[in-house]
Write a protein that binds this ligand. Sequence first.
Ligand SMILES: Cc1cc2nc3c(=O)[nH]c(=O)nc-3n(C[C@H](O)[C@H](O)[C@H](O)COP(=O)(O)OP(=O)(O)OC[C@H]3O[C@@H](n4cnc5c(N)ncnc54)[C@H](O)[C@@H]3O)c2cc1C
Length: 272
Amino acid sequence: MDLHTITEIKRPARAEDVQEWPKGFAWLAGGTWLFSEPQIETHTLVDLDSLRWPSLTASAAGLEIAATCKIIELERFAAPPEWCAAPLLSLCCHSFLSSFKIWNAATVGGNVCMSLPAGPMISLTAALEGVCTLWPRQGAPRQVPVVDFVTGNHTNVLAPGELLRSIFLPASALKKAHAFRRFSLTELGRSEVLLIGTRCPKRGTFLLTITAATLRPIPLSFANLPSAAELQAAIDQAVPQALYLNDTHGSPAHRRHLTYYYAEQIRVELSA
Ligand SMILES: Cc1cc2nc3c(=O)[nH]c(=O)nc-3n(C[C@H](O)[C@H](O)[C@H](O)COP(=O)(O)OP(=O)(O)OC[C@H]3O[C@@H](n4cnc5c(N)ncnc54)[C@H](O)[C@@H]3O)c2cc1C
C-alpha cells in the first residue's frame, strides 16, 4: 500500500552516515511489513539496500548472514556437506505465510526485527545458536544471542535507531544433527508451533528450541539426551501457561499440547 505519511527516503552509502535518529525515522529492509499497513508515526525511511552488504559469507568458523540477506538467497544457499543442519535453512524459509513475492523481497533481518512469534528466521537462527551484531547509532557495536534478542511478541532489545547488522551461525551448530517439526493451519500459513532439535554428534548434547508456540524463543539445553519425563519437566519449568501465544492461529492449550507432542518426537528422532 502507499504510505502517505512518508516525506523522505534516505539511501545512505554507509550506516555511519546516519547519526541522528529523530522520532519518525524507520529502517527500510524488504518493506513487506512496512508497506502492509499504515505507518502513521513514520515520515522518513532509511533504505538498507544502498549499504550493499554481502548477503552470505561462509567460512570455517560458520555462516554470517547479513541482515539484508533476502529469504530467497538463504533458501538457495549451497552449504558445505559437513554442515548437516543446513536443510533447516530451506525448511525455515518455507515456514512463512508468504508467496514468492515475499520471498524475493523480505529479508532475514527484517524478519528477526519484526520479532513475531511466528518469525521463521528467528526459529532458524535461535536453534542454530545465532548471535546478532547490533550497531547503535552512537557507541560501539554489541553482540546479543538471538534467543535474548527477542523479548516478546513484536518486542526486542533494539534501542531507537539501532541497526541489526548481521547474524552469525557457528559451524559447530551447523554440524549438528537436527529434527524439525512445525504445525500450521494451512500449508503456507503462519506457524502455530515450530520446534527444532539439534544434537552434537561428538558430545551428545541436545538443544530443543521452542518457537511460534511461545511469545519468544525458548531454548532448552541438555548435556545428554533427556528422558521423556525429564524433557516434559523442563518444558513445564521453562514455559508457564502465560508464555504460550493466544491468537487466531491457535489457543495456548493447543500450542502447549503440540509442544509436548513434537518435543517427544524430536527427542526420539535424535536418539538414533
Ligand atoms: C501477508 C503477510 C504475511 C506475513 N506472514 C508472516 C509470517 O508468517 N511470519 C512472520 O514472521 N512475518 C510475517 N509477515 C511480516 C513480514 O512480512 C515478515 O516478518 C518479513 O520477514 C519482514 O521482513 P522485511 O525485510 O520485509 O522487513 P520490513 O518490512 O522492511 O521491516 C520490518 C521492521 O523491521 C525493521 N527493520 C528491518 N530491518 C532492520 C534492521 N536490519 N535493523 C533494525 N531494524 C530493522 C523495520 O524498520 C520495520 O520496523 C507477514 C506480512 C504480510 C503482509
